[in-house]
Design a protein around this ligand. Structure first.
Ligand code: SF4
Length: 266
């Protein structure tokens, strides 16, 4: 059975062909060194938060990377209530939930899940400082799928669950401005309603039905219309013969500096 995460749903809705090149037949694309470093730092931050939640020592990691130490300690100071030992209920980091839905396995992994008798809180760590607008965040598939799955796999009602994003800045680019050096972690909490739950369910049916139809058809999955504007930011633009949309009519390809390109061992 095909597993669908929030990342799959996001790409599937944006462009089925991009979903194909990303997940069904992965096409390698050159990695941006800055992005790779951010991802590495983000993964480390998540691992430290998980290890801490398990009651294991993280001192060594925090000593080795002072920026990581500052980020973790900043979060602990900004959200002390979140880290108070829980007497009742359930609490787990990297908590996985799966729901069989319309022939697919909908899957979420919560950075932290805190359950009380009549309340469920999903917590997600984001390692970038500038949060999007709450309305935009509420529309993201991560928010929608995570809340939907919690309601469908528990006794909680939509009104009893919420999702909180904590934004923590990584070092490097973000830290180059004085403002971000001192900016504390910030949070956005998304509440949930029965109407949103029904809308998400309908959209999940629409997307999974569409995927089933597309997968039953021979050949590549459908490309999004150029007018949607997604090709201009897509790493597969050249493969899709949509390079004009991404690089302009002259095909002006902007490559990273040689010094920034990681050495490939032979
Ligand atoms: S270039 Fe456009 S059509 Fe091709 S995968 Fe990307 S978004 Fe889809």
């Amino acid at each position: 059975m095909i597993s669908l995460t929030q990342g799959h749903l996001r790409l599937l809705e944006m462009c089925p062909r991009r979903y194909q090149y990303s997940y069904i037949e992965p096409v390698p694309v050159p990695a941006d060194p800055v992005m790779v470093e951010r991802q590495r730092w983000g993964t480390e931050f998540h691992l430290v938060m998980q290890q801490r939640e398990l009651g294991l020592s993280v001192d060594q990691f925090l000593r080795q990377d002072p920026a990581l130490g500052a980020a973790v300690n900043g979060l602990l100071a900004a959200a002390p209530d979140l880290f108070v030992p829980q007497v009742e209920g359930f609490r787990q980091s990297e908590h996985r939930r799966t729901l069989i839905f319309n022939g697919y396995a909908l899957t979420a992994i919560y950075d932290l899940l805190v359950l009380g008798p009549a309340q469920g809180q999903i917590v997600d760590w984001k390692t970038y400082q500038r949060p999007p607008q709450p309305t935009q965040l509420a529309k993201e598939w991560q928010t929608r799928l995570y809340l939907y799955l919690l309601v469908e796999t528990s006794d909680l009602t939509p009104e009893q669950v919420s999702m909180t994003y904590w934004f923590v800045a990584p070092p490097s680019i973000e830290r180059q401005t004085a403002e971000s050096q001192t900016a504390p972690p910030s949070r956005i909490t998304i509440v949930y309603t029965p109407a949103q739950h029904r809308r998400t369910e309908a959209d999940l049916h629409r997307l999974t039905d569409r995927l089933t139809t597309l997968l039953a058809t021979e050949g590549d999955l459908q490309q999004v219309a150029v007018t949607e504007g997604h090709c201009a930011h897509c790493p597969f633009a050249v493969r899709c013969l949509r390079s004009h949309e991404r690089y302009g009519p002259e095909g002006d390809l902007v490559l990273p500096a040689i010094a920034d390109i990681a050495e490939v061992p032979l």
